[in-house]
Each structure stands twice: as structure tokens, then as C-alpha cells.
Design a protein around this ligand. Structure first.
Ligand SMILES: *[C@@H]1O[C@H](CO)[C@@H](O)[C@H](O)[C@H]1NC(C)=O
Ligand SMILES: *[C@@H]1O[C@H](CO)[C@@H](O)[C@H](O)[C@H]1NC(C)=O
Ligand SMILES: *[C@@H]1O[C@H](CO)[C@@H](O)[C@H](O)[C@H]1NC(C)=O
Ligand SMILES: *[C@@H]1O[C@H](CO)[C@@H](O)[C@H](O)[C@H]1NC(C)=O
Ligand SMILES: *[C@@H]1O[C@H](CO)[C@@H](O)[C@H](O)[C@H]1NC(C)=O
Ligand SMILES: *[C@@H]1O[C@H](CO)[C@@H](O)[C@H](O)[C@H]1NC(C)=O
Length: 540
């Protein structure tokens, strides 16, 4: 596996903690910002207020106007405890309108807990169809912090200003639904591939306008500020590289940041920290724990949100396991994971499904594009090892069983994998050892309609994309009927799906430097959406 230093980085950025140390223990100053519309919460005595369970800002069916920012209305808010992952919801008077909340917010007497609070917002529902996923997530019962805290007077801070920007973004996204399309020189999302193309576009533009990411400078390569840029874990290095080199979204001033990036690579830890074949996870666990201790000791940001505005990423199968090292990292932080397995605690409302892209050469050049339906003689194609629980079933039923179904463990000599993708109408993407499969993106690149065969998997960008419009989902128990299911899709429907695959392809393309609406920006947008979904309160 190559790393980005060699393969895709123009410049090395292993710099140490110079400017950032000056910001050490930088306390949020009490800045009175006259005229600022307050976004402060009122008598909210719990540290986490969880108001919604379907949090994203677009929906085809829900009246968005009544769905956000009502938490504090009239101070009558019933506080709940407060676990970002629990389904237990603070009952909120849904009929109170946002205006009420805002006017309440403008009252200056707010009591706040001694640490800043995180408030989960009901921006909307149904963007992400999480309803069927939630019940599988075990509720966790421990409250984070004492529920009652002394009342204090407060003033506006930089954080409040940041939050005011987010408030405005939420409102704009909500509005977008009723507005005309926004012009865009590069791309205007339209079509049934999007849950709500206008809201997505608006959200994307708002992200470009204001989203800021602070990358902790602590840590040295190879484990920090570095990651593979080839192999199936390539997205770790790729994203890390792209965000560190980015001038638009990266800020060097942590006070201005909406989110904080923990720049470690799980694939690199497996290579350099884990002792091969030891089955001992503790060195990795210690690496993560030490890092969180370091940044939470040096900066105030981790403690103020208990990690909720921090994100990590991992394409390696062990990403979830690595995040378990620190309970707040697992419970509160945004985890960008390829292994987006809801049975292992992946929470689609808080975590981000990270596309797994096998970049053999570090680039996508030469892999993108494929012929139309009429030039695709095979119905379905799969080739790959017997990994995990699903593939044995697939191979048992379909390996060498049917001329139309090209299902192989090993490709015959002289047959090109990429040629097969281009000659097939449907490309099968069964989970392997982890739920994600790089085949998904390979199919999309080559114009083959992906067939997802997985359990507990949340596909990338499901908060924005309606996968049903351009892919087929087949449950494991339906594997024996696979051919029948695919044959039942009419040629017209197939052509429609294939065209949509071509249209959403841009969201999976890897570019260096990144281009608008490409995979880097979509991942960032997923993080932005999760950040939009809660509100931080100051503790001053
Ligand atoms: C928040 O979401 C819940 C669950 O979907 C819903 O029942 C409730 O009405 C929403 N609250 C508001 C204020 O829209
Ligand atoms: C604001 O708080 C102060 C002291 O905490 C209290 O005396 C005053 O009455 C409060 N004002 C309002 C409008 O609640
Ligand atoms: C959400 O999922 C349910 C059941 O899985 C399905 O009936 C419904 O159509 C989905 N809604 C959206 C918006 O996809
Ligand atoms: C939206 O589009 C309609 C029809 O094209 C047009 O009449 C209207 O003026 C547009 N509204 C705005 C705000 O641009
Ligand atoms: C954050 O909390 C930890 C543990 O409670 C503490 O050791 C650390 O000093 C705190 N950090 C700051 C900046 O106050
Ligand atoms: C997802 O997680 C569950 C629970 O740990 C596990 O049984 C299942 O095998 C995982 N799926 C994959 C494909 O790894």
C-alpha cells in the first residue's frame, strides 16, 4: 500500500504544533456582538437535548417549517437525557414555530450549564430513511452530566456567531424547497436520484459559504497526517490529504471552526502500531486514547462538546473497533466509516458512510466510463474471494450455474475485471469481511447498475441520494431469486437506472485537487449535515 507522501502529495505537512499552541487554553472571550440575532438556548439544563430522530433538512413529505429550533420555546422544554444515539426523544411541542424559539432566544437571560451544551435539532425528517435502522441501535442509558446546573448570565461569543451562521443556513435549506433552482456554473442537482435536489444544492452552497474545519496539528506521520492513497483503503489518505491542503474549508483558527478533525489513519495504525497476528488491539486503543487525552488537555474544544463536533475517519475494517477506544468518540463524535455496519453501532444520523474506493494507481483516470446497455451482453457479474457471510451463499447459488450470470471466485485467465464490469448490465456488490464493498463505486464508474447485497449497511450519501433510483437492493434470502429479480427489471427501467448511475458518478469521482460535487466535497457535505444537526452552547 502506498502512502500519500509518495504517491499523491505535492508537499509534506508534518509540521508541529506551532501556532496552535498559542491558542492553547484559549478561553472563549466574552464578546458582545451588538445586533447579533441570538441563537442562544434558554433554560436548558441538560447537556444533550435530543429532539429529533430523523434529523436531516429535507424531506418530500414533511412540513419543514414546524420542525426545527423549537426546543427552547417558552422554556418549557422537557428535558431529556440525552444521548445522541438513544431514540428516547425529548417531547417537544411541535406546533410552536421557530419564530417563537428565536424570540425566546433573544432574551438575554440564559442559564447554561458549566460546560457548553450540545443540542440536537429537529431540522427535519425523512431525508435519511433511518426509521428502520434506529430500532437496531441499543439505547444507552448513562446521562453525560448532571442535569441541573447553576444559572448564569451570559454574553455573546464567537461560538454564538458561528451558530448564528448555522441557523441562517438551516433556514435557507428549509426555504430552498419552495424556491426555484439556484443557478450553478458547474452542476445543478436534479432528478429522482436525490431525495430533495434543491435542498441539497442549497445545503451544498451554504457549506461552501461558511463551513470551516480545524485539523489538529498534533501527531506525526506515518500514523497521523498520512494515510494510504492506493488500495481499498485509499480514501483514508486521500481525504486526509485533501483536507489538509484545502484553503477553502480548512481554518487555522479553531475558534472559527464548526468541526474538528482528528487526523489519524486507522489503516496506518494497523500497519505500524498493531503487532501483526498478535490479536492484541490494545496498542491501537492506547494510540487513540493518548491522542484524545492530548488534544482535550491542550484545547478546550473536545471537553466543551464531549467530542460531538469532532470527526474521525476510517476505511479500514477496524474503524468501528478503533472508535470504541474512547467512549465519547464512539458515542458522540462523527465517525466517517467505510464499515458502516448498523449492527456494530453505526448511527446514520450521527456517523457518515465513507465510500470505499479501490484506487489501484492512486487515480481514477482510465477507470471511468462504459458502454450503453446494448453493448453489455452479460446480465450480472461478480468476481471475488469468499469473504464474510454473504459471498458463500452467492457463490453456492450462482458460480458457474448460468450463462447470463457471470459469478466467479477467480476470473478465468486473460479475462479483465474491468472489461467484465463494462460488459455487464448489473454488477453484484455483496459485503465481504466488512459491509462496504469497493465494487459499488467500481460499478458506478463503469456504468454498471450496482446490486447491493448486504445487511446492516448504510450506503454512502444516503442522506442526499435515493439509492433506489439507480441501484438494486437484494436481500440475502433472495439470492436464489437473483436472476429472476434482475430479469424483472424492464429494458426501459434499466436504461433509466443506468443513465442515473452516469449522472451521480461525479459524486464518487476522486480528483486531485478536488472538484466541486466530487467525492471529497460529498464526504465533507455529509459531515456538514451532521454538524447542522446540533447546536453548541457556550458556557460563559
Ligand atoms: C421531531 O421529530 C419527531 C420524530 O420524528 C417528531 O415526532 C416531532 O414532531 C418532531 N418535532 C418537531 C418540533 O418537529
Ligand atoms: C435576568 O437575571 C437576573 C439575575 O440572574 C434577574 O435579576 C433578572 O430578573 C433576569 N431578567 C429577566 C428578564 O429574566
Ligand atoms: C423509508 O423506508 C420505508 C420502509 O423501509 C419505506 O416504506 C419508505 O418508502 C421509505 N421512505 C423514503 C422516503 O424512502
Ligand atoms: C421562478 O420561476 C418561475 C417560472 O419560471 C418564474 O415565473 C418566477 O419569477 C421565478 N421566481 C423567482 C423568485 O425567481
Ligand atoms: C478536559 O477534561 C479532561 C478530563 O476531565 C481534563 O484532564 C482536561 O484538563 C480538560 N481540558 C481542558 C482544556 O480543560
Ligand atoms: C455487521 O456487524 C454484525 C454485528 O457485529 C456482524 O455480525 C456482521 O457480520 C457484520 N457484517 C459484516 C459484513 O461484517
Amino acid at each position: 500500500m502506498g502512502n500519500c507522501k509518495r504517491n499523491c502529495c505535492a508537499r509534506w505537512w508534518g509540521s508541529k504544533t506551532t501556532s496552535s499552541t498559542k491558542l492553547l487554553l484559549f478561553m472563549v472571550p466574552l464578546i458582545v456582538v451588538a445586533g447579533l440575532v441570538s441563537v442562544l438556548g434558554t433554560s436548558n439544563t441538560s447537556n444533550w437535548v435530543f429532539i429529533a430522530n430523523r434529523p436531516f433538512p429535507w424531506s418530500s413529505s414533511v412540513d419543514l417549517s414546524s420542525s426545527m429550533e423549537v426546543s427552547d420555546s417558552s422554556g418549557k422544554q422537557r428535558e431529556g437525557v440525552v444521548d445522541i444515539r438513544s431514540r428516547a426523544v425529548v417531547a417537544v411541542d411541535a406546533h410552536d414555530k421557530e419564530e417563537k424559539a428565536i424570540s425566546d432566544d433573544t432574551l438575554l437571560n440564559h442559564s447554561l450549564s458549566p460546560i457548553q451544551t450540545v443540542q440536537q435539532l429537529n431540522i427535519s425528517e425523512d431525508t435519511l430513511n433511518v426509521s428502520k435502522i434506529w430500532p437496531t441501535i441499543a439505547p444507552m442509558n448513562e446521562p453525560f452530566l448532571p442535569l441541573t446546573t447553576p444559572r448564569r448570565e451570559r454574553k455573546f461569543s464567537i461560538l454564538d456567531r458561528t451558530e448564528a451562521g448555522l441557523l441562517q443556513a438551516r433556514a435557507a435549506i428549509r426555504e430552498a424547497k419552495n424556491e426555484n433552482e439556484t443557478a450553478d456554473p458547474d452542476y445543478v442537482p436534479v432528478g429522482p436520484m436525490y431525495w430533495n435536489p434543491k435542498a441539497f444544492h442549497r445545503s451544498y452552497l451554504e457549506m461552501e459559504k461558511q463551513f470551516k474545519v480545524f485539523v489538529y496539528e498534533e501527531g506525526e506521520p506515518p500514523v497521523y497526517h498520512n494515510g494510504p492513497c492506493k488500495s481499498i483503503y485509499a480514501m483514508e489518505g486521500n481525504f486526509m490529504h485533501a483536507i489538509e491542503m484545502n484553503n477553502q474549508f480548512r481554518t487555522k483558527d479553531p475558534e472559527k471552526a464548526h468541526v474538528f478533525f482528528l487526523p489519524f489513519s486507522v489503516a496506518m495504525m494497523v500497519q505500524f502500531v498493531y503487532v501483526r497476528d498478535s490479536h492484541d488491539f490494545s496498542p491501537i486503543r492506547k494510540t487513540v486514547t493518548d491522542y484524545i487525552d492530548l488534544i482535550s488537555g491542550r484545547y478546550p474544544y473536545w471537553n466543551r462538546s464531549l467530542g460531538a463536533d469532532h470527526f474521525m475517519l476510517a476505511c479500514h475494517d477496524w474503524g468501528p473497533e478503533t472508535s470504541f477506544s474512547v467512549p465519547n468518540l464512539y458515542k458522540n463524535s462523527i465517525r466517517v466509516l467505510c464499515n458502516a455496519n448498523t449492527s456494530e453501532g453505526f448511527n446514520p444520523a450521527k456517523d457518515v458512510s465513507f465510500p470505499e474506493i479501490n484506487l489501484q494507481t492512486g487515480r481514477i483516470h482510465g477507470f471511468v466510463g462504459g458502454p450503453s446497455a446494448s453493448k453489455r451482453p452479460f446480465l450480472a457479474f461478480f468476481a471475488g474471494g469468499v469473504h464474510g457471510p454473504i459471498r458463500p451463499v452467492l457463490l453456492e447459488h450462482w458460480e458457474n450455474k448460468d450463462e447470463d450470470m457471470k459469478v466467479h471466485q477467480y476470473l478465468p485467465k486473460g479475462v479483465s475485471y474491468y472489461e467484465m464490469l463494462r460488459k455487464s448490465k448489473f454488477c453484484l456488490c455483496p459485503s465481504g469481511y466488512e459491509v462496504a464493498s469497493p465494487r459499488l463505486v467500481e460499478a458506478i464508474y463503469t456504468g454498471c447498475v450496482p446490486v447491493l447485497i448486504s445487511e446492516h449497511y448504510v450506503p454512502p450519501f444516503s442522506d442526499v441520494l435515493n439509492w433506489k433510483a439507480f441501484s438494486v437492493e437484494v436481500s440475502v434470502k433472495d439470492i436464489p431469486n437473483l436472476k429472476k429479480i434482475l430479469m424483472s427489471i424492464s429494458p426501459r427501467q434499466f436504461i433509466r437506472m443506468q443513465r442515473r448511475v452516469g449522472l451521480i458518478r461525479r459524486h464518487f469521482e476522486v480528483h486531485s485537487p478536488p472538484q466541486r460535487f466530487d467525492v471529497f466535497h460529498m464526504i465533507l457535505h455529509s459531515v456538514w449535515l451532521r454538524r447542522l444537526n446540533f447546536r453548541l452552547h457556550d458556557d460563559q
